[in-house]
Write a protein that binds this ligand. Sequence first.
Ligand SMILES: Nc1nc2c(ncn2[C@@H]2O[C@H](COP(=O)(O)OP(=O)(O)O)[C@@H](O)[C@H]2O)c(=O)[nH]1
Ligand SMILES: [Mg+2]
Length: 440
Amino acid sequence: MNREKMLEGAIGIWRKAVLPVAQKQRIELTSETELRAPPMVLFIGNHSSGKSSLINHLLGHNAQRTGVAPTDDGFTFLFYGEQNEQLDGEALSSNPEMPFSGLRRFGAGLLRHIRGVSVKAPILKRVWLIDSPGMIDAGAEAQRPYEFGKVVRHIAEQADLILLLFDPEKPGTTGETLQVLSQHLGGMEDRLRIVMNKMDLFADIRDFARAYGALCWNLSRTLRAQDLPHIYTTMIPGPDRAGLSPESFTTALDELREDINALPQRRADNRVTRMLHDGREVYMRAGVTEALRGKLHALLTRIAGATAGVGVLCGVGWMTTLNIVQPDARFGAHLLWSVTLLLLLTGAGLFGRKLYRDAQRHYQSDLDRIFEETFQELLMQPGRRADLIHAWSNARPEFERIFSVFGLRKLGRVRPAELQLLKEAIEVDLPEMRRDAPEP
Ligand SMILES: Nc1nc2c(ncn2[C@@H]2O[C@H](COP(=O)(O)OP(=O)(O)O)[C@@H](O)[C@H]2O)c(=O)[nH]1
Ligand SMILES: [Mg+2]
């Protein structure tokens, strides 16, 4: 089975096992167009760290404006085209053949700050490149008409490679940049590479060693992954660039280019990984929802049972009374018993409703325990606990938001068979597919 077939097979499983449950849970998933999209590289980092310069260098074409002042306040998606054309955010995100419809959920504020550009550059036949505005330009966060962190996370989820650029001219920003990174890009370390750019600016090797050491130290403190991501030490050729032996840094640039060129082969794997990741989230959320529903149903059944019991007892009392009283007292007995029954049932109804609401509130504040209970079996498998707990704590805020907006009743019921199918997809089918596909 080749990798393209693997991707199609995986999308088939996804459509059958993951999508229906996600819809019931009102989870917006990656679209199929997005899953089939060409490989993408996202460039992030502070302004003037050299993102646009690096992109231009890779394109062999000055497509992006560069400069020391913040030149860009939006995202640019670069793809191949015989003619140089521009698309605005509206056109880019509403084209069903483009994998960008997911951007619409961030609102018009974002759409005004994205554009698509087609360039006739060979590298774009293999991969698409995404330029971004500076990460932590002072004050910019408050002024941006969209949530930068969330948008970056959304785009990064779609990317197959994330290049984080650092600028040795501003060593003080390293920690802050990494903070943004850990806040918004947690769990994506596998596709993250670091680019330490402007190597020509170091006066000597001690200077360089100090900056490199600080970067590694900061990275190891920030990232959850065991290994440090690869660090490319680059310099983008230009007329005024001398300093430390330039050749070794342009070699690093060539290595980076090779890394990018290999992406089409890794793409199918990455996409299946994404489906697995999303599928796991859907599974956890649906599992917890159904466990909650189960508990509340059990409570409702008990309340209904108790109410029926009260009704039956009243009925028996009623009959008995009718049998023992004189015929002329029967009207009074009827009246007495019907009022009693009415009062008891109303009371039971009110009390039951309060019980139910209290229980719902109680369970919602106790989601972590319900999660533990529901996924006991998985959590006990060797080596899985930490990952599952981490995934759950990532998924939980959005789960609670959806839950409080829609409530249990508007989240369609996921039947045990559906849940089982989903479990098989993420525990067996998708992982096996990835294992079976031959290495490129
Ligand atoms: N000395 C030196 N300057 C660079 C290098 N790469 C980019 N620059 C300059 O840094 C400035 C900012 O670059 P730009 O690509 O616009 O950064 P962006 O804001 O991250 O897109 C520009 O003036 C570039 O010419 C490099 O390797 N060495
Ligand atoms: Mg730029």
